[in-house]
Design a protein around this ligand. Sequence first.
Ligand code: RUB
Length: 306
Amino acid sequence: MTIEETATAIKDMSIRGAGKIARACASALYELAESYDGDDPEEFMEMLEDAKNDLIASRPTAVSLYNGVMYSLKGIGKWMDVEEMRREVMNNADEFIKDSIQAVKTIGELGAEIVDDGDVIMTHCNSSAALSVIKEAHAQGKNIKVYATETRPWRQGLITVRQLAEAGVDVTLIVDSAVRLVMEDVDKVFVGADTITAQGTLFNKVGTSQLALAANELDVPFYVCTESYKFSPMSLNSDNVRIEVRETAEIVKEGEVPKEVKIYNPVFDRTPAKFIDTIITEKGGISPYKARDFIIEQFGIKEEVH
Ligand code: RUB
């Protein structure tokens, strides 16, 4: 897919989920590098810069998208010749996609160790990383039962229940407002992530923080399953991540409510570190309070010494 097609597909949600959108961006940059047949490094650099901006602007909350784009473009500059630049982008993008797919698999294996035979699990929205854990636990022969939330307004929960049913997992669909009641029967919560900040704050599908609150009240462990590129290198001084607000037509159809009714459709929310037990990454489980150290190490950030 071209850069434009990819950005459009991400905006209109035909490609969705933080991991998938990051891989789609890397793949679009690969294609751009592969198809460039000019010989002007400056021109190519400008094309890459425009592509970067268009891709990053396509969805604002998931840092995976930013990290996937930056990884694909790392080490590129107009001092290189075009061939070198093209090769570098293609290698980087390819490496990002392969590592990302492997990371989801590893998270599944590590996370499955936490799942006990007989566990009742709740998940929200549709997260490849969270489902990797659940499917792996099931594949290991653990007898588990899963509650999946519908996840209004896009109803990504329907994708989740289809995927789990196909894997043979015992899965029950619930509406979002049933979370608190059903949590009384739940042993563990596994959700995905769009962004994790240095403060250990999780940004994920709207409603995630309600699962976290209910889990906290009932002493149900709350686990976040995430590849390391969903940690934000820009968050060292602030966890002020922009929450995407989408069109009101996603919630109600034209004429369903009086014109003077305002409609607000934020599609992600913020879950503070204190509600998270462990963040399961492909590099192991970490406390949300260690997110800052993890980011510094992961992104090789040099902190200023005062
Ligand atoms: C998807 C969502 C998922 C995370 C993680 O929201 O919130 O929990 O993106 O997904 P949307 P994954 O449907 O709006 O993209 O683990 O697959 O990266």
